[in-house]
Design a protein around this ligand. Structure first.
Ligand code: 3PG
Ligand code: MG
Length: 417
């Protein structure tokens, strides 16, 4: 079965090693995109454009494409019709949307899909089973996998951004069918897992956003493995580390930290162990009564919640980026949706865009902002993933990738026997 992909610690098959001509292929992508909550118009099509290389490679096949969009209960949990329309604009193939996932009408249509055509199934999470993470052996027995797998010759997983989920379309179908990674999956894994091999130094990480539970494991892993020289914090992680380091935070931010005791404890020991590497803001931006931005040193007691890193911090972080050979960023540094409080995120992204070093950004908010600023092309790698990128950087294995490795082993053994 050909050579293995020369990716660090992965040994799955790629599109260079599988026969696709006239084969009926299930192609799992992640085109879960930001949508306008009322019109369902696509607000950022980065993830849709990102699958075009795989689609171009599969022009000789009969492609049935599946993706989720958001989660049950959210405003943007909707059908995939706008996505199918957008795909049709990016590739010069016939794209047809089917308003079904695993029911009789979808299965009949899948059975008749023609070479060179792309059939887009509806939101995979319309199937309840697709919303539950489970063990691979359980996923193999789902209705989802039993209904779909007999219809396909091959499964291609190009959904790097969902590879951290152990769900039927990511793991179950990969275990049930001959499977390989798509071009985007390959490119993303090479770029992101490469950061854990030998990053060019100095290597700087900029971590922000509203979640701390997915950033702390990254900080811990990359510092323990000595893959970063500086970690620059913004957003909620900055407030958490300020608190852990015994600095003042505002009364409202104190309240936000109340439920994060366990994380504060970890942050405290990390900041003691890696004193010279973890940097917190020296000033923060607050909104006055009219919502206008005022920057204050962290030493000044404030009441309201901080909304951005301050200008002195922006200067400091931008300088660190300028001198870095590798820069990785995930999560905005402030409440960038509010007028004036996108300054920190914007300036740091612009510093990265100017850098000659290896620059990687990930997470929907940062990537969306970079594309609004028109600078997205200037990063060495723009990841389509948020959570999956962080899982990988925190040393966790990705269930979707593990399943691809199992598939490659199975296919190799079958070839030998
Ligand atoms: C994402 O945007 O995080 C991916 O599409 C995965 O979606 P999920 O976090 O809802 O599983
Ligand atoms: Mg997510």
């Amino acid at each position: 079965m050909g050579r293995r992909a020369s990716l660090p610690s992965h040994s799955f098959l790629t599109l260079d090693e599988v026969e696709t001509s006239n084969k009926r292929i299930f192609l799992r992508v992640d085109i879960n995109v930001p949508l306008d909550p009322s019109t369902h118009q696509i607000l950022d099509d980065t993830r849709i454009r990102a699958v075009s290389e795989t689609l171009a490679r599969l022009q000789d096949a009969k492609v049935v494409l599946g993706s989720h969009q958001s989660r049950p209960g959210k405003d943007d949990f909707t059908n995939l019709e706008p996505h199918a329309e957008a795909l049709a604009r990016f590739c010069n193939q016939d794209v047809e949307f089917v308003e079904d996932v695993i029911g009789p009408s979808a299965r009949q249509r899948i059975a008749k899909v023609e070479q060179g055509h792309i059939l887009v199934l509806d939101n995979l999470r319309f199937c309840a089973e697709e919303n539950v993470d489970d063990k691979p052996e359980k996923l193999l027995k789902t209705h989802f996998v039993k209904q779909l797998s007999p219809l396909f010759d091959l499964n291609i997983n190009d959904a790097f951004a969902t590879a951290h989920r152990s769900q039927p379309s990511i793991v179950g179908l990969t275990d049930a069918l001959p499977s390989a990674a798509g071009r985007l999956m390959e490119k993303e894994l090479r770029a992101v897992s490469g950061l854990l091999v030998e990053p060019r130094r100095p290597s700087v990480y900029i971590l922000g956003g509203s979640k701390v539970e997915d950033k702390i494991p990254v900080i811990e892993h990359i510092l323990t493995r000595d893959k970063a020289d500086k970690i620059l914090l913004g957003g909620v992680p900055a407030k958490l580390f300020l608190k852990a380091m015994g600095e003042k935070i505002s009364a409202d931010d104190e309240k936000e930290m109340a439920g994060l005791q366990a994380h504060i404890k970890t942050a405290k020991s990390l900041s003691m162990k890696y004193k010279d590497k973890i940097e917190v803001p020296v000033d923060l931006a607050y909104g006055d009564t009219r919502g206008k931005r005022t920057d204050r040193s962290v030493e000044v007691a404030s009441k309201e919640s901080a909304l951005d890193i301050g200008v002195k911090t922006i200067e400091k972080y931008s300088k660190a980026v300028e001198g870095a050979a590798t820069t990785v960023a995930n999560g905005p540094l402030g409440v960038f949706e509010r007028d004036g409080f996108d300054l920190g995120t914007k300036k740091v992204l612009e510093a990265m865009a100017k850098s000659n070093g290896y620059t990687v950004i990930g997470g929907g908010h940062l990537v969306g902002l970079a594309s609004i600023l028109g600078i997205d092309e200037r990063f060495k790698h723009v990841s389509t993933a948020g959570g999956a990128m962080l899982s990988l950087l925190s040393g966790q294995s990705l269930p979707g990738v593990d399943a691809l490795v199992r598939a490659a082993n199975r296919m190799r053994n079958q070839k030998v026997n």
